[in-house]
Design a protein around this ligand. Structure first.
Ligand SMILES: Cc1cc2nc3c(=O)[nH]c(=O)nc-3n(C[C@H](O)[C@H](O)[C@H](O)COP(=O)(O)OP(=O)(O)OC[C@H]3O[C@@H](n4cnc5c(N)ncnc54)[C@H](O)[C@@H]3O)c2cc1C
Ligand code: SF4
Length: 512
């Protein structure tokens, strides 16, 4: 029985179920770079380079351990350019009698794989992805019969399941499940990011950079300098660096934003976790060990572990629980075209321009920039949910639909009708002013609601709420919002709405 074992670009872990029980005499492992995947959204050049280089290093590692590998490069003359085309070609040429693959992370690819058995005429075994910490069945059982799927309660189940940050008496470490009240301080004046690792480019990476430059220079984003980890060894160095030097302050400044500082105290581990170079359980356990050795405080460690054991697993659960119908939702009927400033065109809004600059240069911006700057603006301005999702999917090196979609459509845009977020993450310039130093550098004034120099977020915030009053007035998590609006005089309300309309018009004209 000659098996063709497929490894996808985000399955770069030796523990992949599709690699278990491999017969080195008979089986072949296949990885391929295909244009169809690299171009279905215009992925950031750094993201493509990271994945191709990591795939090539992973394949080289397998080969060095005696595994037969079929690696198809993007520019191989016979590359068909499509994933199914390459699987078909390999199965035929290698006379494979069965195909073994681990379930993909995206619905679109699963759909494609479900067609393979029929197309290829050989058995196709699709195995569960054991790297995730909750199975689909576990999430579905947890979600069953619940009116609201709150991450916090799911997270507690996961803490118990993996005995992470738990006391012997079954209570959470320190007595509380969540230490967020100690987290999320505004930035200190003059705050900078701690130094980060920069990985030396191997010959493989240099080849990939040349290939990406030739084929994807027209995509949004700068390719070089390129400093990403591309091997498991380097990703483990990233983890070690984070836990030793940065984790102790993670919680404190989780929501802070500082001009010129894209990383602050964030881990930068999502790309490595999502591609498989790091495993979520090992990351959580390493952070827990730092707490147990008194090297990082509980508020930081709990806050970090919650992101991975809680949010990351919950988001994946939501995706698979509600797909494919989830992807068609647009509860707030948001339809405005995405303005060019998301792709780097000029805008006077410093916060947006700065977040887009970080994105362009690093294929990264941290959670609060994604949620409260680019996401918040898209929410308030009613930008088309599909266009916004396509943007997030393209521009971040950690972006795959399973994690991007619930975060964008659900958390940032409230477009899933309140599955992920119990209230919209809508905020005026006041919030951005409190949590960043952006407003000091902006031509707009966060304290003004109307007029030439008024911060556009302010009027857009109220306009958004009033536009969707029917949905939000009775929301129990927004008790004072509408009572504040009701206290404004009719003239003030009218002026605010006119200001919002003017901002939307300027956005459409490309002069906001
Ligand atoms: C609109 C929007 C789009 C997003 N798109 C993606 C995406 O495509 N891919 C992606 O991995 N994350 C996405 N996120 C979640 C989050 O912003 C990123 O995981 C995080 O910014 C990655 O940077 P970091 O590794 O420094 O994270 P840290 O802040 O250091 O957090 C630690 C880890 O927790 C996990 N995590 C934290 N928050 C989330 C979350 N909400 N969902 C899933 N995992 C989380 C990540 O694995 C991350 O590496 C998105 C968030 C928003 C608001
Ligand atoms: S004033 Fe408004 S637009 Fe300018 S940086 Fe602050 S929040 Fe952003």
């Amino acid at each position: 029985m000659t098996a063709l074992r497929i490894i996808l670009a985000d399955q770069l872990s030796e523990s992949m179920p599709s690699l278990q029980g491999l017969d080195t005499a008979q089986d072949t492992v296949m990885l391929c770079e295909v244009m169809e995947e690299a171009r279905y959204v215009p992925h950031h050049p750094k993201k493509i380079a990271f994945l191709f280089s990591a795939m090539r290093h992973f394949a080289a590692g397998l080969e060095a351990s005696g595994v037969r590998v079929r690696y198809i490069k993007l520019d191989d003359a016979s590359n068909t350019g499509s994933f199914t085309g390459e699987v078909q070609r390999a199965a035929k040429e290698l006379k494979s009698s069965r195909l073994i693959v681990t379930e993909p992370s995206e619905y679109r690819v699963l759909d494609m794989m479900n067609g393979w058995q029929k197309n290829l005429g050989i058995p196709v075994e699709i195995l569960s992805d054991t790297r995730f910490l909750a199975t689909h069945a576990e999430f579905d059982a947890w979600a069953q019969g619940k009116k609201q799927l709150r991450m916090e309660f799911f997270y507690r189940e996961m803490r118990r399941k993996y005995a992470i940050l738990m006391q012997p008496d079954g209570k959470p470490s320190g007595g509380e499940w969540n230490y967020d009240k100690e987290n999320r301080k505004p930035p200190k004046v003059g705050m900078t990011s701690p130094p980060r690792l920069s990985h030396k480019k191997s010959a493989i990476t240099k080849d990939v950079l040349a290939l990406v430059k030739d084929n994807f220079s027209h995509h949004f984003g700068t390719l070089e300098p390129f400093y990403y980890a591309v091997t498991r060894k380097q990703a483990l160095m990233e983890l070690d660096h984070f836990v030793t030097h940065i984790l102790p302050h993670f919680g404190d400044y989780q929501d802070a934003m500082v001009a010129g500082e894209p990383y602050l105290y964030h881990s930068l581990l999502s790309s490595y976790l999502n591609a498989g170079l790091l495993l979520p359980l090992e990351v959580c356990q390493k952070a827990e060990a730092a707490y147990r050795a008194s090297k990082a405080p509980l508020n930081a460690v709990e806050g970090f572990i919650r992101q991975i054991l809680g949010w990351r697993e919950y988001i994946r659960g939501i995706y698979w629980h509600f797909m494919p119908e989830y992807g068609q939702r647009n509860t707030l009927n948001a339809t405005h075209p995405l303005p060019d400033f998301y792709w780097g065109a000029n805008t006077h809004m410093f916060c947006v321009a700065e977040s887009v600059r970080h994105t362009r240069d690093h294929a990264y911006s941290h959670h609060i920039q994604r949620l409260m700057i680019t996401g918040n603006f898209a929410l308030l301005a009613g930008l088309d949910v599909k266009a916004v999702q396509a943007w997030y999917l393209a521009v971040y090196s950690d972006a795959y639909e399973w994690v991007e979609m619930p975060n964008t459509l659900g958390m940032a845009l409230f477009g899933d009708g309140g599955v992920v977020a119990s209230k919209p993450y809508a905020a005026s310039g006041k919030y951005i002013h409190r949590m960043s130093n952006y407003c000091e550098k902006c031509t707009f004034n966060p304290d003004e609601m109307t007029g030439e120099t008024a911060c556009p977020f302010n009027a857009l915030y109220w306009d958004f709420l009033v536009r969707h009053e029917e949905k939000f007035r009775r929301n129990q998590r927004m008790p004072y919002v509408f009572s504040t609006w009701d206290k404004f005089t009719p003239e003030k309300q009218k002026a605010i709405r006119a200001q919002a309309a003017l901002s939307l018009q300027k956005m459409a004209e490309g002069i906001l």
